[in-house]
Design a protein around this ligand. Structure first.
Ligand SMILES: C[S@@+](CC[C@H](N)C(=O)[O-])C[C@H]1O[C@@H](n2cnc3c(N)ncnc32)[C@H](O)[C@@H]1O
Length: 224
């Protein structure tokens, strides 16, 4: 029936993605689909974005613990999160990437709390643990319902004044499937509506500047 065939499609959506990422080299270039050269621009943009929320004072986000979702080898943990937070946890579905994260992060890997090998669709972040939950270039690997449910669990995992950040590709209109890595690219209105379904409010939104013209636009959304 309908439900079971939906189940099988969903199973292959996830298993095809897992198979795709298993064959990708555990490098910055691998993480960015050959666009390793934009990593610094990306990180600098993210740093400026995040710093608006950090610091001392009423309503500011703490710097105790961050979660890097779909972390891969820890490209973002290394240059954005570990420099700003005492402890960082990584979660990714690809064990080979997490294996590489320890040597890639070097000495600072000692401040990683947990390396979780898990699909975000199944991952339950610890309640009240995180000041920041960073979700970059991975939401397209979740179905709409799984993304909404994951964001709800993230909301429960925030500390007071905590923040969820989504940074991802957005399409001009509608949902654009990518058969190669088994993902989808959604337009901004769809992303906003899924965020709303999760009971989250967009508190700040920016488009990443200075990326190559031929790639998707990348938007960063701060949620709480
Ligand atoms: C494009 S890479 C981005 C890595 C990292 N966020 C970065 O920006 O450097 C996508 C990552 O998502 C992971 N991934 C794919 N599907 C996933 C899922 N369902 N749950 C968790 N991680 C997933 C892949 O293993 C890969 O590390």
């Amino acid at each position: 029936g309908r439900t079971r065939s939906h189940g099988r499609n969903e199973d292959s959506f996830y298993s095809n993605a897992e198979g795709y990422w298993k064959d990708v080299p555990p490098t910055v270039d691998g993480m960015l689909g050959g666009y390793g050269s934009i990593s610094s621009i990306d990180i600098n943009g993210s740093k400026a974005f995040l710093q608006k929320f950090l610091g001392e004072g009423e309503g500011k986000t703490g710097s105790g613990c961050a979660l890097d979702c779909g972390a891969g080898i820890g490209r973002i943990s290394k240059r954005l999160l570990l420099p700003l937070f005492q402890t960082v946890d990584l979660v990714d579905v690809t064990q080979e990437f997490l294996d590489k994260a320890r040597p890639y992060l070097g000495e600072e890997a000692k401040r990683v709390g947990h390396f979780f090998c898990c699909g975000l669709q199944d991952f339950v972040p610890e309640s009240g643990r995180y000041d920041v939950i960073w979700i970059q270039w991975v939401i397209g690997h979740l179905t709409d319902n799984h993304l909404v449910e994951f964001l709800r669990r993230c909301r429960s995992a925030l500390r007071p004044n905590g923040l969820i950040v989504i940074k991802d590709n957005v399409s001009y209109e509608g949902v654009v499937p990518d058969e190669v890595d088994s993902s989808v690219c959604r337009d901004l209105d769809i992303v906003r509506s899924l965020v709303g379904r999760a009971g989250l409010r967009i508190v700040h939104e920016e488009q990443q500047v200075n990326f190559p013209k031929e790639i998707y636009q990348v938007h960063t959304l701060a949620l709480r």
